[in-house]
Write a protein that binds this ligand. Structure first.
Ligand code: HEC
Length: 106
């Protein structure tokens, strides 16, 4: 009982911190971090946009319009890369918009 109460209050405070559970997360910072985790971007570009290995480019501080364009190009096949073409396939227009703005702001 005490344990489950504790668990509940931990979940509740995580929700307050992440602003993700009880109200729609509508800011780029929150949604972007969620997407970067959900889509797996962070494995290679980190949450801060810094490549986690020399083969993974830093994408932080880049122009959002540039990142946006690259992701669209990977998705359409205009720019090809084995890893990124596969990554971009699963992104919606809205995902691309948020991820571009999120990483540009890091
Ligand atoms: C398995 C590792 C990996 C994952 C996961 C990954 N990337 Fe990449 N990313 C790369 C590599 C490698 C490149 C360079 C590809 C090339 O040479 O075109 C790259 C390139 C990019 C570029 C272009 C950078 C530039 O300077 O032109 C963007 C933007 C990008 N990734 C965003 C993302 C986003 C957003 C996600 C999540 C949906 C993601 N990546 C997931 C490895 C990864």
């Amino acid at each position: 009982m005490v344990k489950s109460l504790l668990k509940l209050s931990l979940i509740a405070s995580a929700c307050i911190l992440l602003a993700a559970c009880d109200r729609p997360a509508d800011d780029v910072a929150t949604l972007g971090a969620q997407l970067a985790e959900e889509k797996g971007c962070l494995a290679c570009h980190g949450l801060n946009g810094k490549g986690t290995a020399p083969t993974f480019p830093n994408i932080n501080g880049q122009w959002p319009s540039y990142l946006h364009k690259q992701l669209e190009k990977y998705r359409s096949g205009e720019r090809q890369n084995m890893i990124m073409s596969a990554q971009a396939k699963g992104l919606s227009d809205q995902d691309i918009k948020i991820l571009s703005r999120y990483y540009a702001a890091q």
